[in-house]
Ligand binder design. Structure first.
Ligand code: V47
Length: 376
């Protein structure tokens, strides 16, 4: 192991190469090491074992049907109050029209998450999914974070399991991973005190998995959380995944620092650094050994670093998206959309094999490797 500059990692290298699960302390050693080369190699070993050179992406669109929200998360620059000029709120027919405005042939995934609207009735939500499925039968609707599901349970007075069951019957394909933030109470109280509690977030995903619905998990990092709290977040997800096997992907979300009270209160308008983003993805890949995918989210870390992250454990780079408002309201400098050809090129130039997937991770098309030399 000539390449190992931090000898204390040797037992971890052996475990990773044998495919053994790491302890919490070993996970912390990965976070603390300065041997970034070793971290990259270990993450890549894990990723290659699972997927070889394949990197997945989806032809997708996003829609936020309302930004009106009463929750008041301190990291959020997206939410508006009713009556504000910048507030919007689409009824189900308008949602279908808005999808039509952005729709391109070949799009398979519609990713929707939005504010917790104070007045919409429960019926609004399954009606929206039904109308979308009628108008666009080929579109797979991935929508409603666990936080939104809890909100729907409150307004409908139905248990969360029943809410999920009825949305699934209306045509909901999968759940996105938002609303997780950081599970640790100390942080959650400061950044999302009115939002779904950690245990409930996990329980809602457990319930979705019990219905055969696959979901994702996110982690919002780069604000007031400690490295221990990041790993604790992953640890709780790894435990749930060991129980249900229902997660597709883990997605670290880099804190975007503009226009929100958290950044203002901290007097902090710095973005996360590239090495922290890469380190976080690599630790996630190694520690979450039972998660099929670690997703590099180009909207928040930029497409250039996302391309680099393909050597750091990332096997999925989300989608073409078309339009995005949550990260961009908070200062994301990435474009609003990528083309499918652009995503293929990113993956090819990293020497990898682009695989177009749908929201269920069915492999729709594998693109050739050529183009890999074009950048040389
Ligand atoms: O839940 C809000 C986060 C999430 C900020 O499942 C912020 O495939 C950074 O969940 N800086 C919504 N993050 C986005 C999301 C997501 C994204 C991509 C893929 C998937 C998936 C899910 O955005 C929110 C919140 O955690 N967020 N404000 C901010 N200032």
């Amino acid at each position: 192991m000539k390449w190992l500059r931090d000898p204390s990692l040797a037992p971890i290298v052996e475990k990773v190469e044998a495919g053994d699960r790491l302890s919490f302390e070993e996970g912390m050693q990965l976070y603390r090491t300065r041997d970034m080369n070793a971290l990259m190699r270990l993450a890549n070993t894990t990723k290659q074992r699972l997927h070889g050179d394949k990197v997945f992406f989806v032809h997708s669109m996003r829609l936020e049907f309302t930004n009106i929200c009463y929750v008041g998360c301190t990291f959020c620059a997206f939410a508006a109050h009713k009556g504000e000029d910048r507030a919007w709120d689409y009824d189900p027919d308008e949602v279908v029209r808005q999808v039509g405005r952005r729709y391109l042939p070949g799009i398979t995934e519609l990713h929707m998450s939005s504010g917790h609207h104070p007045n919409h009735k429960w019926e609004y939500y399954p009606a929206m999914v039904r109308k979308l499925r009628e108008a666009y039968p080929d579109l797979q609707v991935k929508a409603f974070t666990a936080a939104e599901i809890e909100h729907l349970s409150k307004i409908s007075k139905k248990p969360t399991l029943e809410v999920l069951r009825e949305l699934q019957a209306a045509g909901l394909a999968a759940m996105p991973g938002g609303g997780a933030e950081i599970f640790a109470d100390r942080v959650r109280r400061q950044v999302a005190k009115n939002k779904v509690k950690a245990e409930k977030w996990l329980q809602i995903h457990r319930e979705a998995h019990s219905l055969g619905m696959r979901t994702n998990a996110t982690m919002l990092y780069g604000h007031i959380e400690t490295l221990e709290e990041r790993l604790d977040h992953m640890h709780r997800l790894r435990d749930l995944q060991a129980e249900t096997g229902g997660f597709h992907a883990f997605i670290p979300l880099a804190f975007q620092p503009l226009g929100n009270t958290l950044a203002q209160n901290l007097g902090k308008t710095e973005y996360t650094t590239g090495l922290d983003d890469l380190r976080n993805l690599a630790v996630a890949r190694i520690y979450l050994d039972n998660f099929p995918h670690i997703k590099g989210y180009w909207v928040m870390i930029g497409s250039e670093l996302t391309q680099v992250s393909l050597d750091w454990g990332v096997s999925d780079i989300d989608g073409t998206i078309q339009e995005e408002h949550i990260a961009h309201a908070a200062g994301a400098t990435s474009p609003m959309a990528l083309s499918q050809a652009g995503m293929v090129r990113m993956i090819q130039h990293a020497g990898r094999l682009p695989v177009l997937r749908d929201a269920y991770y069915n492999e729709l098309e594998t693109f050739p490797r050529e183009g890999a030399q074009a950048a040389d």
